[in-house]
Design a protein around this ligand. Structure first.
Ligand SMILES: NC(=O)c1ccc[n+]([C@@H]2O[C@H](COP(=O)([O-])OP(=O)(O)OC[C@H]3O[C@@H](n4cnc5c(N)ncnc54)[C@H](O)[C@@H]3O)[C@@H](O)[C@H]2O)c1
Length: 447
């Protein structure tokens, strides 16, 4: 079944039987469900302002703040960050743009306890995404969570289950799902413009910076480092973890496959029309270029094989983050290979559709549309529909980056049981489907 082009219903439908226990959610499910229903009802018939908070106001969080503060129907009641400097900058930004000073909190629990707040935007580092989202859903808040929506596969499943249990809206930050040119490309693929799409490719090809080599040091005084680490295992602070460089450390990020790559993987999966996990994963890669502290590969090629209704399909991922040039017109892009033609798509740029003998049939320019993705989120809160990048969509796409990284870390070819979400042929690799959490209030719903 192909995914819908707009933010309509997407069926879940995966077996629950062999998944880890979720005691906390079973305990709270009845309350949470009631909260979800009333949260939906409360916005269904009114156009009253949507009161929101932004949790994590670094690079992307500030991007959300700038947009949200400009929407007439939205009030940013609070900003939250464990870094006092960033918190102050965000509060000033909200006040400058909207004329209203938001509350400032370092501890997200205080945001979640505010009954006025309907929805939270989570733009923390990846290791906080699902823990914060689960707590927010339990508190009855709709959630917009940055991509990848989870730091490992099990977290993604817990997020989907929590979204379904509570009935609240979960939107993943893959905003290209709401871009008109991407939606048009997907319409064409779904309508058979290039025949049967048997192979899709995603590439992440750009030039990243060297992060150097450092030794552990004291965290800056304006940062609550213990809270920054939150549910992850405690690691000593290093100056090349912040800002934003945590992406390249296993405990906190997902490498560039889970950073920019997940946007392109998500579109490849959408265009391929697959709404389950792959059954086989083969990968090769490593650090071919950088000689720094990065723990993830700078060069990574991953092949995923799907079996959809008995028919094999392949998704190819290429990553070279040392390339100061574009490939096939785009730094990051997708190619869809059909039995009758080819579609090449850049989420930043547009697409070209070619028929037999490379006859150009249609082109369109376009850019990722963050405001449209925000508006889709708000519209779904009001209507109760599933959003364009619902939790299940975010989970299925994030799982690709997790599987690709696991295959590289364990130097193995993986067989994956899509229903049980388990790697069946490699026990050490299967251990990485989940992670260990430290004892911390934020890991309460994950243990
Ligand atoms: N959708 C997109 O196109 C896009 C673009 C860039 C980044 N992102 C995503 O946004 C997220 C943040 O990335 P970034 O580049 O802004 O990183 P960043 O390090 O600049 O910002 C993260 C912020 O979260 C704060 N933080 C950490 N733990 C917190 C907690 N427990 N409570 C509140 N705040 C906390 C940090 O202090 C920091 O200010 C990542 O998941 C990234 O993948 C998405």
């Amino acid at each position: 079944m192909s995914e819908p082009v707009t933010g309509a219903f997407v069926s879940g439908g995966q077996s629950d039987s062999a998944r880890p226990p979720r005691r906390a959610f079973l305990r709270t499910s009845a309350t949470a469900l009631a909260v979800g229903v009333s949260a939906r009802a409360c916005h269904a018939e009114t156009e009253k302002p949507m009161v929101v908070a932004v949790i994590g106001v670094g690079g992307m969080g500030m991007n959300h703040v700038r947009h949200l503060a400009g929407y007439p129907q939205v009030e940013i009641a609070a900003v939250c960050d464990v870094d006092a400097n960033r918190l102050a900058l965000a509060a000033a930004e909200v006040e400058n743009r909207s004329g209203r000073r938001p509350a400032t909190e370092q501890d997200l629990r205080k945001v979640l306890a505010d009954d006025r707040i309907t929805a939270v935007f989570i733009a923390t580092p990846d290791h906080w995404h699902t823990p914060a989202a689960l707590l927010a859903l339990e508190a009855g808040k709709h959630v917009y969570v940055e991509k990848p929506c989870c730091h490992n596969i099990r977290e993604g499943r817990l997020l989907v289950e929590a979204a379904r249990r509570t009935g609240l809206v979960v939107q993943t930050g893959t905003q290209s799902r709401s871009s008109r040119h991407v939606q048009r490309a997907m319409e064409l693929l779904r309508d058979g413009a290039i025949g049967d799409v048997l192979v899709a490719k995603a590439w992440n090809s750009q030039r990243r910076a060297d992060i150097g080599r450092t030794q552990p040091s004291e965290p800056p005084r304006h940062l609550d480092y213990d809270l920054w680490v939150g549910p992850a295992p405690m690691r000593p602070y290093r100056s090349n973890m912040l800002p934003a460089i945590w992406r390249w450390w296993h405990d906190f990020g997902c490498g560039d496959m889970g950073n920019d790559g997940v946007h392109d993987l998500d579109l490849a999966r959408w265009g391929l029309g697959v709404t389950e996990h792959p059954v086989k994963v083969a990968a090769m890669g490593g650090k071919y270029f950088f000689e720094d502290d990065q723990q993830f590969p700078d060069t990574q090629n991953v092949l995923f094989e799907y079996r959809t209704a008995g028919r094999p399909r392949q998704l190819v991922f290429e990553q070279r983050i040392w390339s100061p040039y574009k490939q096939e017109g785009y730094e990051n892009g997708n190619a869809f290979y059909g039995t009758k033609g080819l579609l090449v798509l850049g989420k930043i740029g547009g697409f070209h559709l070619y028929g037999a003998r490379n006859k150009l049939l249609e082109s369109m320019e376009g850019q990722p549309d963050l405001p449209a993705h925000h508006q889709n989120f708000f519209a779904c809160i009001r209507s109760g529909e599933r959003p364009a990048a619902d939790a299940e969509i975010g989970h299925l796409s994030a799982a690709l980056c997790h599987l690709g990284n696991i295959a590289i870390r364990t130097d193995s070819r993986l067989e994956f049981d899509s229903d049980r979400e388990q790697i069946t042929n490699h026990a050490p690799a299967n251990e990485l489907v989940r992670r260990d959490y430290r004892e911390h209030w934020s890991s309460r719903l994950l243990l």
